[in-house]
Design a protein around this ligand. Structure first.
Ligand SMILES: [Zn+2]
Length: 285
């Protein structure tokens, strides 16, 4: 079995010092690929640099370029132009636009929600357009925002589609994305037994629609799962895992996979194989 972390912020400062040993641990666990999204113009170069440095050794790292809806303060069209220029320049070194999207919780919390929504929509719209122009898939952040995202995706009809990262939601919400050709990023949410709606959705969806992700160092797994002995073969290499890696790290991908195998009826091998196939389909064809 081989695995891909479809969403990990490996350029984050918490990983900087231990990156070589962390990637060696990933290799031991058969996590052979990590997709690293950007979040703002500030980290474009870091993401590109680590992806180039470790491109194939000991595992593959793949960069994406995009602007996350959390980090729009102080940004304007100049930054969107910077993104466009960077995508053009680095086209052969990136595999997607992302992460971009819309965050409904941030809109609600804002002093000027209408303005905040308009700004997030503008940045998302430009990035969907950029993905379309460059024939790239897109990695989408959502939180309480399906109602905003789905109509925009319907409008763009992206041929390469992409991933709805950190998916949580109902079966019908999931279906809306699948009908648009998108895959759903399955991460730590399914490790929380209280996330019943999402777990039931993941149980019912076609395996062809899922990809795995950690979103590390964000999105810690449930204490329940982090404390549990997981007895899969891959996880026997656990001894090699350093405990000092903070709240979440790409090595937890195996724990998420193991939880997924308990939710699904297919064999572990079948699940792993299909998930890798799904990654190939979105990012590498
Ligand atoms: Zn992320």
């Amino acid at each position: 079995m081989q695995f891909t972390d479809s969403h990990c912020h490996l350029d984050d400062i918490v990983f900087r010092e231990q990156l070589p040993s962390l990637l060696a641990q990933c290799a031991k666990l058969a996590i052979n690929r990590i997709i690293v999204p950007a979040i703002s113009p500030d980290n474009f170069d870091n993401v590109l640099t680590i992806a180039k440095r470790y491109h194939n050794k000991p595992i593959q790292l793949h960069a994406c370029l995009g602007i996350h809806p959390w980090f729009l303060d102080g940004l304007n069209n100049v930054h969107l132009e910077q993104l466009t220029a960077k995508v053009t320049l680095e086209k052969s070194n990136i595999i997607a636009i992302g992460e971009t999207g819309i965050d409904g919780a941030n809109i609600k919390r804002s002093d000027e929600p209408i303005k905040e929504l308009a700004k997030q929509q503008h940045f998302f719209d430009c990035q969907l357009n950029l993905a379309k122009q460059n024939d790239l898939p897109v990695i989408i952040h959502h939180r309480q925002s399906h109602q905003y995202i789905v109509p925009m995706l319907k409008q763009y009809k992206l041929a390469r589609s992409g991933v709805i990262h950190g998916f949580s939601g109902s079966y019908q919400q999931a279906k809306d994305y699948l009908d648009l050709g998108f895959k759903l990023g399955i991460g730590s949410t399914i490790t929380y037994s209280r996330a019943k709606k999402t777990i039931n959705t993941v149980k019912r969806l076609p395996l062809e629609s899922l990809v795995l992700e950690t979103d590390a160092p964000s999105m810690p797994l449930s204490p329940e799962v982090m404390g549990t002995e997981v007895k899969s073969k891959e996880f026997m290499a656990k001894e090699a895992i350093s405990q000092e890696v903070a709240t979440n790290s790409p090595i937890n991908l195996i724990k998420i996979f193991n939880v997924l195998t308990t939710i699904r009826t297919e064999s572990s091998e079948e699940i792993a194989e299909q998930l890798e196939h799904n990654i190939e389909q979105v990012f590498f064809t």
